[in-house]
Each structure stands twice: as structure tokens, then as C-alpha cells.
Design a binder for this molecule. Structure first.
Ligand code: RM4
Ligand code: MN
Ligand code: MN
Length: 429
């Protein structure tokens, strides 16, 4: 579909550039008073990247229903085309995380070049052994990598190895595993043995990692298993990653903890122990709600980035987390949600870059809780919107991505060419 993105972006620039420059200059003077060079911050904002999930560009659903949106992508090529639009406008999402077999390509080389033509890479593969696929020999109803039956475990291991082999052809560098394994009732599973079996399966997958690859494991407190999960929290995740070896890391999905858990503490500990692999950003009010990043607890997102920026500045050995979004969009246009979320994550990063770390360290030394918090709040309450917009603008993106996207009528045009797929029922994505 031919959309004149350059012209639309130029029109947006004409509309908003004067106000933007005004805001940016004003903020520049404010930051200068705090000893911060705004152009250096803008350069850091421009260098920031967060991957988008291929499964995020379709309308999600709940256990109850799915209401398909207009013009939903029907295959992986259409998903990549939508991801291309996101990056065209926000300029910070050049990488895509694929879910196999949802995104299984017939011709991996063709998929890779289709992405490359749009300036995109396919950096991570995600396996799926939490649902059965048509024609699959054995069922995952009672688990996959931790199943009691060795034949089911072998099938799940094989699927993960297949993902890695495919990833090599796609140019990926990491493989990410989330399983739905666990128990719905007390006594259903022998808790320790299930973890032993899971770890054994992970060892077989780990052994298949090509050089330079990393393995991410994602813990989750509950769902679809409602009583216990095999990889239930970051402690178990850390234990498994350590048992596996130096290429295995823990992945933190924001929605996978109990309410009120201090996620920034988990992040700090994983950094400290050299096992922070990356993130699945989203937000939640109650559980694994998969809401847009920064929509409920922006201060928590900032506090996580405060830990990340601190580690970056300290050059903590081996610190190299992979940033990804993982959201399910039920009532919004997924393209809009992913653009806004990517910018929210970038905003938290930039705000964390503004923390006066020397002052904070001093307040911490003196046990001055009021001033320590005030130092963080000073950074968090700084309106960095003009820095983000300038960073996008400087790299050919849109000053106002959502406005440009709406002006383009991309979705309305897609609706004609991509008829809604009504076959799918309820589901998490
Ligand atoms: C899970 C988890 C995984 C994602 C699936 C679809 O809750 O977050 O990362 O792959 O959902
Ligand atoms: Mn996730
Ligand atoms: Mn999740």
C-alpha cells in the first residue's frame, strides 16, 4: 500500500516544529541550570531501541472473547509491514520478536529480506509450547518442557531447537522461552520434580545454542496454571539461568508478578547477579493484563530504568539487556498502542538519564530519605517530551506519530485489503 509517509511527516513538521523548538530550548535552559547538556541527552534518546512483538500488531483477546479489529495482519509478512509503519514513525523499534509457530515462514530468507527492506531485523525467536498446534503428535494439556511423559518433553525440546535453527536463518541472536506449565490444583504436580524435569529440558535446548546467542527464560506467577507454575518467580528463574550457564538469562515481563511486588528490586538483583537478560514491557493493574507500557504505573517504569541507567553508567560487567514490548491490545489500534508504549519506555529511560547520581549517592550516604526521593522525583517530573520528539525528528520520524498515523488512514486502507479473520476465539493474544 502506497502511503506518502515522507509528505505526511513533513506536514507534521510544518505544523509543530516551531512549538517544539520553543519547548526544547526552554527545557535546554532548565537542564543547563542543573548541569545537564540537552544535546547529550537527546543523543542517548536517539540511540534507545525497544523491540516490538510480532504478536502485538494483531488485536488480542481475553479468556472470554476476542473482537477482531479492522485490517488485522493475517500472516507474518503483514505483521512485519505493520511493524515497519511503527518504526517509520517512532524510529526506535527496528527489531521484531517473532513467535513460532505463529510466525513460521515457508521461506525464512524471503522473510528476512522482506524485513530488511523495511529497515527491520528479526532479533529474537519465542517458542510456543503452551498450546497445541494442528497435526501435533502429543498434547501440552498437562505441560511441555516439564511434562511427566518424556516423549512430550522431547517434542517440546525439539520445537525449541527448531526455533533456534530457524532463528539462525532469520539473523536472530536470542531465543526466549515462556511455558504455561504448572498445576491448577494442590497436589497435581510434584513441585520439585517438575522443576527438575524443566531444567533437564532446558539443558538440552541450551546445548543447541549457536555461538553468540543468548537464551532468555521468562517466569510467571500464574496463568494458565492457576495454583502453581514451574518457573514461578525471579528466584527460580535466576537459579535455572545459573544452572544452565553463561548464555542463559532471566527475562522480566512486567505483568508476571504478584500485585505490589517491587519489580525494580528484582531488576537490581538480576543486574547484581549478572543474569538480567531483558524485558517484556507492558503494564497492569491486577495481573498479566498486558496493558500499554507506562499506562498504569509510570513511576515504577521510571524506577526500573533508574536501576538500568545506573548499571549502564557504572558499566556493570556483562550488562546488556534486551528491551521488548509484550502487550495485548483489546480496545486500541495495536499500531497506536505499540508506538505510544515504545515512546513511554523511551521516556522512562530519558528521565532516568536525568537523575543527579552524585547528589543521590550523597543523600544515600547521609540517610536523607527526603532528599533522595526528591532527587529521583526531580528527574521523573521533568517533561522530556520535546527531547523525545527532537530525537525522532532528527532521525526522520514523526514529531507526533499518532497524529501522522491517523492522517495516513493506513488502518482504513488496510481494512479493505485485509478482511477480518473471525475464526479465532478467545485467547491471550
Ligand atoms: C505470555 C508471556 C509470553 C508471551 C505469551 C504470548 O504471558 O508473556 O512472553 O509469549 O504470553
Ligand atoms: Mn512476555
Ligand atoms: Mn505475559
Amino acid at each position: 500500500m502506497a502511503i506518502a509517509w515522507d509528505a505526511l511527516i513533513e506536514e507534521d513538521r510544518r505544523r509543530s516544529e516551531a512549538a517544539l523548538l520553543d519547548d526544547y530550548e526552554h527545557l535546554g535552559r532548565q537542564l543547563a541550570r542543573r548541569g545537564i547538556d540537552i544535546t547529550a541527552v537527546q543523543a542517548r534518546a536517539a540511540a534507545f531501541v525497544v523491540a516490538v512483538p510480532s504478536w502485538g500488531v494483531a488485536t488480542g483477546g481475553t479468556r472470554f472473547a476476542r473482537f477482531p479489529g479492522p485490517g488485522e495482519p493475517r500472516n507474518v509478512f503483514e505483521k512485519i509491514a505493520d511493524c515497519g509503519v511503527i518504526n517509520r514513525l517512532v524510529r526506535i523499534t527496528p527489531d521484531i520478536s517473532l513467535h513460532i509457530p505463529w510466525d513460521e515462514p515457508d521461506d525464512p530468507a524471503a522473510l528476512r529480506s522482506f524485513a530488511a527492506e523495511r529497515g527491520l531485523t528479526l532479533g529474537t525467536t519465542n517458542s510456543n509450547t503452551f498450546e497445541d498446534q494442528p497435526g501435533q503428535a502429543l498434547s501440552y494439556k498437562y505441560g511441555s518442557l516439564s511434562h511427566t511423559d518424556p516423549a512430550v518433553r522431547a517434542q517440546a525440546i525439539e520445537h525449541n531447537r527448531h526455533c533456534i535453527e530457524l532463528g539462525v536463518k532469520l539473523g536472530a541472536r536470542a531465543h526466549s522461552i515462556w511455558i504455561g506449565d504448572g498445576g491448577n490444583f494442590p497436589g497435581q504436580q510434584h513441585v520439585r520434580r517438575a522443576l527438575d524435569r524443566y531444567l533437564d529440558s532446558l539443558r538440552a535446548i541450551y546445548a543447541a545454542l549457536p555461538p553468540g546467542w543468548r537464551l532468555f527464560i521468562e517466569h510467571k506467577l500464574y496463568e494458565p496454571a492457576f495454583y502453581s507454575t514451574v518457573l514461578n518467580d525471579w528466584g527460580v528463574s535466576y537459579y535455572c539461568a545459573r544452572e544452565l550457564g553463561p548464555l542463559a538469562f532471566s527475562l522480566v515481563d512486567f505483568g508476571h508478578h504478584a500485585p505490589n511486588v517491587n519489580v525494580e528490586m528484582i531488576v537490581a538483583r538480576l543486574i547484581q547477579f549478572g543474569k538480567l537478560g531483558g524485558f517484556h514491557f507492558n503494564d497492569s493493574q491486577y495481573g498479566d493484563d498486558d496493558l500499554d507500557a507506562g499506562s498504569i504505573k509510570p513511576f515504577q517504569l521510571f524506577l526500573v530504568f533508574n536501576e538500568l541507567v545506573d548499571a549502564e553508567l557504572e558499566r556493570v560487567a556483562g550488562f546488556d539487556p534486551c528491551y521488548m514490548l509484550d502487550q495485548s491490545h483489546n480496545v486500541t489500534d495495536p499500531i497506536e498502542s505499540l508506538m505510544v508504549s515504545a515512546m513511554e519506555v523511551q521516556r522512562a529511560y530519558v528521565q532516568a538519564c536525568l537523575v543527579d547520581r552524585a547528589a543521590l549517592a550523597e543523600h544515600q550516604e547521609r540517610n536523607d530519605a527526603v532528599m533522595a526521593l526528591a532527587t529521583l522525583k526531580q528527574a521523573f517530573t521533568t517533561d522530556v517530551a520535546s527531547i523525545l520528539a527532537m530525537a525522532r525528528h532528527a532521525r526522520g520520524g514523526a514529531i507526533n506519530p499518532v497524529a501522522v498515523y491517523r492522517d495516513s488512514r493506513y488502518r482504513q486502507q488496510l481494512a479493505k485489503g485485509r478482511p477480518a479473520d473471525t475464526r479465532r476465539g478467545g485467547g491471550i493474544v
